[in-house]
Design a protein around this ligand. Structure first.
Ligand SMILES: C[S@@+](CC[C@H](N)C(=O)[O-])C[C@H]1O[C@@H](n2cnc3c(N)ncnc32)[C@H](O)[C@@H]1O
Length: 272
């Protein structure tokens, strides 16, 4: 199929998307951007790329819709189980030790780039299952995809989407309904969905765990570095950072320490 965007237009869109979100389109994935812009023009009944470009650069809501369309929202429940094994057997027990010393009873988790909610709900189901009283938790789930956030907020997942959920969790935390499963209120109440662009500081502080998995892969190194440094500021002195299984902070001058547990590798903030 012939390209819609000329070289100049591709550069313009590429630049504006990068500046607004950190998402990097290279010449190798140019065709993806091309087809998504084509789709957007069709939706808006526009024929001119130039007119559409002016629209997104002068209208904040249109910019949000465009960014939503260029994101990749692939996710699933219990994605990369070893990460959650490390969470259950290493991260949470260590956090509880620190909490005990500090006289704090709340665990604060952020799922940054949460897509349609499977990741934050997985975290919430695990914490609900393993945390002993008097400990409580809250999960903040954020994304720049409004469509994905809406799905997360509804908490309804088709039979196919719930295939990765262990049977005991499915029975305990979901209600079966036609064509799928509805997440129960007791879990939904612990997850707070919020629109947040990782280009900006979220203002959150004192977080115990940040999950930002399979998000950094869409950013170039300077954008990754900026995001990771903002996580540092948002995290508590003894806290943990998860990035995707195929992502790495290797070679990046961050203050995070690499942590190899029996189950999976993650990063740790250890500062006093
Ligand atoms: C592939 S999904 C990963 C979902 C989940 N973390 C997982 O590992 O299954 C990547 C998500 O990152 C989001 N994202 C991309 N750029 C972002 C940005 N600048 N700010 C916030 N979210 C972003 C996308 O909208 C998408 O939902």
């Amino acid at each position: 199929m012939p390209d819609l965007l000329t070289d100049t237009e591709f550069e313009e869109f590429r630049k504006v998307i990068y500046n607004e979100s950190g998402i990097t389109f290279s010449s190798t994935n140019r065709s993806i951007l091309d087809s998504r812009i084509k789709e957007l023009l069709r939706e808006k009944s526009l024929t001119s790329v130039d007119v559409y470009y002016k629209l997104i650069t002068t209208n904040k809501e249109e910019m949000k819709l465009m960014l939503d369309s260029v994101t990749t929202n692939l996710t699933r429940f219990f994605r990369n189980q070893p990460h959650f094994d490390a969470f259950i057997h290493y991260v949470v027990p260590h956090l509880l030790e620190e909490k005990k010393k500090a006289g704090d009873t709340k665990i604060r988790v952020w799922s940054a780039g949460c897509s349609t909610g499977e990741e934050p709900y997985t975290i919430a189901m695990i914490l609900k299952t393993i945390l002993p009283p008097p400990y409580t938790f809250m999960v903040t789930a954020s994304d720049i995809s409004l469509k994905s956030l809406m799905i997360g907020q509804l908490g309804f997942y088709t039979d196919t989407k719930t295939e990765g959920v262990p049977p005991e969790y499915l029975t305990k935390y979901f209600t079966k309904s036609e064509g799928g499963y509805q997440m129960k209120k007791e879990i939904m109440d612990t997850v707070h969905f919020d629109y947040h662009n990782l280009k900006n500081d979220s203002g959150a502080r004192n977080l115990d765990v940040v999950f930002c998995r399979n998000v950094l892969i869409y950013f170039d190194e300077p954008a990754q570095f900026a995001v990771v440094n903002r996580f540092w500021d948002a995290m508590a002195p003894h806290s943990y950072l998860y990035i995707g299984h195929s992502e790495s902070l290797f070679g990046m001058k961050t203050q995070f320490q690499f942590l190899k547990t029996e189950w999976a590798c993650l990063y740790q903030k250890n500062s006093k």
